[in-house]
Design a protein. Structure first.
Length: 624
């Protein structure tokens, strides 16, 4: 029924439960009209998701009329109401909310929604917010729709027929907009975005939200190719990458050539962009957020944030201690879906500290009252401005060491001390991770060797097991040449000693073949500081199947560069006289032979206070 004036006494009764439209499709005018004519109504429960509004219906002045029950706490008014006990928070996966309506767990008496004007066939588009609005409109006994000519018509599964709507109330309203993040965020946010972008390969499909981290990430994806989007939310940043051709959805394996989403929030330009856009499909949350559907996208990357992460990988996202702050939303849906995707990567990204650096957000124990949203089994990567912690397939000990590595340096020692109390990390692990700033902003270097991609990075304390595997891969000949003996045992304690390096003094670098969460060490180079001489002793070893590929030369050249930056006077090495390939590597990098202390050995020295004498430009020649 089309009407210019609503008789709320015939639509709603006291004590009923009503749903209101979400995000930028919140029907504020409908709610205001209800409030204006609600003198005889009371105790109405409002069920809502996030609404882009001041949420004035949750303010104390309306406490006798409304009791808000929200699935996602957004805005100060709702947050204050929840934490004062005047409103309720119901934690739920976004994918499961429609089932709460359909199964009569939360039966709806009335749904207040906003629609675009109907077409000649009688269909009205839900426009910028299909999400759980679709399920609510189909489950509610009565549907009241504000027909807004400013609501864009979107495609996908975004339509309701007029015979599914009980009251059509025509009322124009400007859609609420959300300001995009500043073009340049802080150095911390920029670095996090840079790390995330390094994990995104060409052709990947993204789920990403709003905020400064999301904006920074998308800025660093501008040189990527053929990205796709399957995300509950799209923003101006997604629109911009689509206009630039970076996002074209060509390589998506589920809904190829089309963005799949359930709502959008942003500028008026975004709302104009999605209007009648056949390349963007708006679908209900039970479809978009279904982990099974998400997983149908190969190389699915989910990017979400957190309030704190404990050293086992548990993620707190909806509360600060006992104080509820936001909601579960789609984090678990997309983390689970991405983890099931072929080549998928669930990512949790957050600054390492809060409150101007006074509090670590990587914590040994979750604070009292904090609730786990994403379990330790769902998370593959945790990213801060200090790096990428890879957790998938890692033991609790390895997880703790990885997460300490990406914590703020100010808190690493205390985190290690705390985690040892639970014997997660053994007593012989004493050295907290130390960064190597000379490796550059991201702390590692990408290499391409004979067409394969590798990372040159520091040895991490969590590499203990990988270093053991590296040691046991060597032949007797390699062990003899490297160690002047044939050691047969590499204990956990010994391996831990070798990876737990104070990188500010000594240096331990490695070349790693990294494929997703799988990492294998291919070469290790290290130097030991000789403080009395302002010098260091250098050694390295390469996995047999990569000898002759130039890895030792690359490691040596990097160590020479870092030693110069640190102001060392010289570098020293001792090589067995029969190890010609190793001698070639040193001598081609400028090392000179000097008298040796032991027979069968050759001592070499490189002065760092004069130009090095380079031989062949080919780093692969003479490689051990």
């Amino acid at each position: 029924m089309v009407t210019s004036q609503l008789d709320w006494s015939k639509i709603i009764k006291s004590g009923q439960r009503i749903f209101i439209g979400s995000h930028a499709a919140v029907p504020t005018a409908l709610i205001d009209d209800l409030i204006a004519h609600a003198s005889k109504l009371h105790d109405i429960e409002i069920v809502q998701l996030y609404t882009l509004s001041d949420n004035h219906w949750a303010s104390p002045e309306h406490k006798n009329l409304f009791k808000v029950n929200t699935f996602f706490i957004g805005g100060d008014t709702v947050r204050q109401a929840v934490n004062e006990g005047r409103a309720d928070y119901t934690p739920a996966f976004t994918s499961d909310i429609p089932n709460l309506f359909n199964s009569d767990i939360l039966p709806l008496d009335v749904a207040l929604i906003m629609l675009a004007p109907g077409d000649k066939y009688g269909y009205h588009s839900m426009g910028v917010s299909v999400d759980v609005v679709s399920a609510a409109a189909k489950a509610a006994t009565t549907v009241v729709a504000q027909v807004n000519p400013n609501m864009p018509v979107t495609y996908g599964q975004s339509f309701l027929h007029r015979n599914q709507i009980d009251y059509l109330w025509e009322h124009p309203s400007d859609l609420p907009t959300m300001q995009t993040a500043e073009p340049e965020g802080s150095k911390i946010i920029e670095r996090i975005g840079q790390y995330i972008a390094l994990l995104v390969e060409d052709g990947a499909t993204l789920q990403i939200g709003s905020g400064k981290i999301s904006s920074a990430t998308l800025r660093y994806l501008r040189n990527h190719k053929d990205l796709g989007v399957h995300s509950e939310m799209i923003t101006d940043d997604i629109m911009n990458l689509m206009l630039e051709g970076v996002i074209n959805n060509r390589r998506k394996t589920f809904h190829p050539n089309k963005i799949v989403t359930s709502f959008c929030v942003g500028s008026q330009a975004l709302y104009d962009f999605v209007a009648h856009n056949p390349h963007i499909g708006f679908y209900p949350s039970e479809y978009v957020n279904s982990p099974a559907n998400i997983a149908r996208n190969d190389n699915m990357i989910s990017i979400n944030s957190a309030i704190e992460v404990d050293l086992s990988g548990q993620v707190v996202s909806d509360s600060i201690g006992h104080q509820f702050y936001s909601g579960i939303g789609g984090q678990v849906d997309f983390s689970r879906g991405a983890s099931m995707s072929v080549g998928g990567k669930p990512i949790i990204a957050l600054p390492s500290t809060a409150k101007d650096g006074s509090i670590s957000r990587i914590v040994p124990n979750l604070r009292e009252g904090a609730g786990v949203v994403t379990s330790r089994g769902h998370v593959h990567y945790v990213i801060t401005e200090f790096g990428v912690a890879s957790l998938r397939g890692k033991s609790i000990r390895e997880r703790a060491l990885e997460l300490i590595r990406v914590a703020h340096p100010r808190f690493r020692e205390s985190l290690l001390k705390e985690v040892r109390k639970h014997v997660w990390v053994p007593d012989y692990q004493q050295q907290s991770p130390v960064d190597v700033p000379e490796l550059g902003d991201v702390g590692f270097k990408e290499l391409t060797i004979h067409g394969e991609r590798f990372d040159l990075r520091p040895l991490y304390p969590s590499d203990e097991r990988r270093l053991q595997e590296f040691f046991y891969s060597h032949t007797k000949e390699t062990l003899q040449l490297r160690y002047n003996a044939v050691p047969t045992h590499m204990s956990r304690e010994k391996s831990c000693t070798l990876v737990s390096v104070d990188q500010s003094k000594d240096l331990a670098l490695c070349i790693v073949r990294q494929k997703g969460s799988a990492a294998q060490i291919q070469a290790v180079g290290r130097y030991y500081l000789i403080e009395s001489q302002n010098s260091c002793e250098v050694a390295f070893v390469t996995r047999e199947n990569y000898q002759g590929h130039g890895m030792a030369t690359l490691l040596l050249q990097e160590m020479i560069r870092i030693a110069k930056i640190r102001g060392l006077k010289s570098m020293q090495a001792v090589v067995r006289s029969g190890n010609t390939p190793m001698l070639n590597v040193f001598e081609r990098s400028g090392f000179k032979r000097v008298p040796a202390d032991e027979p069968g050995e050759i001592s070499l020295i490189l002065s760092l206070q004069e130009p090095t004498e380079q031989g062949s430009d080919d780093p692969h020649s003479g490689e051990p």
